[in-house]
Design a protein around this ligand. Structure first.
Ligand code: FAD
Length: 377
């Protein structure tokens, strides 16, 4: 159980080689240009990885959560921004299309699996982040259409996506939420880039929806069934995001290990100082524990998608060690840790957002605490 299968080792090697050849040489340029390279994503998608988690009947690979974790972490260890856009393009929101009608799946999901379409997931709003039931975006039925009004913020792929899965209130009740497929180019949908200080190679947008008219067949499932769709996907998303955090940590660790064997100070290699050795040994311990837990969580959430405590522990621990390892790795590079030419400097820019995505640290602690206290209520 604790070793990758031959097939998983092949996924890892293929993506690692691809990322080293195609992504690493362009990484700094993408960061400088603040660009998610859609053409490169489509080239990557041609290898079949975006479809890995989807049923073979839809053209997917029929693989498990761990298979997706492997390719996500391999991209994240080179360029986290590209990795997040790639995983959102085919994962996060798109997985909800699995609950859609056959027609919705053929129109939107199959091209997503093939990598010819890019998806985005629009839940967060300027005044509703962690408290997702406080959405202000409204969907009102008008004849055969739904009319959407509201705003969404921090939406990954919001500009480059072919469609955005938008969550909107369909009634006054807290849980009356529907998920709508809003095609890019819909009249009244406007997307503007957001100037952020992380994930430069990812596209992040502020969306406004002004009287966006959507045909009735663009609603996924029931008009008040959105909350279920969101929670069904939550735990898998957290485990996959943990793999993203792990990838950043591993990239920082590898960069630091390499650097300390080359750099000299006081007539010695930096790796000869015992402080350096202990730091790297500690980082390795954290990495191995995080990956072992990701493997466990992937298996557990696959057999029980409601395994919330495991998913939250997995995500929080990976995000925590990601931040710790990046900080120490950067320090081992001295001033060069602040330079863009070193991958460690670039990767460690992206650790802060690890504590925010897929539920902030506190939101995941809440899940764990609720389980701890249930017998005392
Ligand atoms: C680069 C980037 C990309 C993103 N991509 C997407 C995307 O594609 N789609 C999407 O829908 N969203 C996306 N998000 C949004 C992300 O999911 C939210 O930022 C996150 O859920 C937190 O919401 P918030 O920013 O509104 O913070 P808030 O919810 O306002 O939280 C602020 C602080 O309060 C704390 N807090 C909140 N509630 C509690 C509580 N009950 N107990 C204790 N502390 C609490 C939080 O932990 C946090 O520290 C993205 C965010 C970023 C930064």
């Amino acid at each position: 159980m604790w070793n990758l299968t031959e097939e998983q080792q092949m996924i890892q090697k293929t993506v690692r080689d691809w990322a080293a050849a195609k992504l690493a040489p362009r990484a700094e340029q993408y960061e400088h240009d603040k660009l998610f390279d859609v053409a490169l994503y489509k080239e990557f998608a041609g290898l079949g990885f975006p479809g890995i988690r989807y049923p073979e009947a839809l053209g997917g690979g029929g693989g498990g959560i761990l298979d997706m974790c492997i390719w996500v972490k391999e991209l994240a260890r080179v360029l986290p921004g590209f990795a997040i856009s790639a995983s959102v393009a085919c994962g996060l929101g798109a997985k909800m299309l699995g609950y859609g009608t056959d027609a919705q799946q053929q129109t939107w999901l199959v091209p997503t699996i093939e990598g010819t379409m890019i998806g985005a997931f629009g839940l967060t709003e300027p005044n509703a982040g962690s408290d997702a039931t406080n959405l202000q975006t409204r969907a009102v039925k008008d004849g055969d259409d739904w009319v959407l009004n509201g705003a969404k913020t921090f939406i990954t792929n919001g500009i480059v996506a072919d469609y955005i899965l938008v969550s909107a209130k369909t009634g006054p009740g807290k849980s009356e939420i529907g998920i709508f497929i809003v095609p890019q180019g819909t009249e009244g949908l406007h997307a503007a880039p957001i100037d952020k200080n992380c994930w430069y190679s990812s596209d992040t947008a502020l969306l406004s929806l002004e009287n966006c008219r959507i045909p009735a067949d663009h609603l996924i499932g029931a008009a008040d069934g959105g909350l279920n769709l969101l929670t069904n996907n939550l735990n898998e998303g957290r485990v996959t995001f943990a793999a993203h955090c792990y990838g950043i940590a591993e990239g920082c660790f590898d960069g630091a290990l390499d650097y300390v064997h080359q750099r000299t100070a006081f007539g010695k290699r930096v790796s000869d100082f015992q402080n350096t050795q202990f730091k790297l040994a500690e980082m390795k311990m954290k990495l191995d524990l995080a990956w072992t837990y990701i493997m466990r969580a992937a298996a557990e959430v696959e057999s029980n998608p409601g395994a919330g405590v495991t998913a939250s522990i997995c995500k929080n621990y990976a995000a925590q060690i990601c931040e710790e390892i990046a900080r120490e790795a950067r320090h081992l590079l001295g001033g060069y840790g602040c330079m863009n030419e070193y991958a460690v400097g670039r990767l460690s820019r992206d650790v802060f957002v690890a504590e925010v995505g897929e539920g902030t640290r506190e939101i995941n602690y809440r899940v764990i605490w609720k389980a701890l206290t249930q017998n005392y209520r």
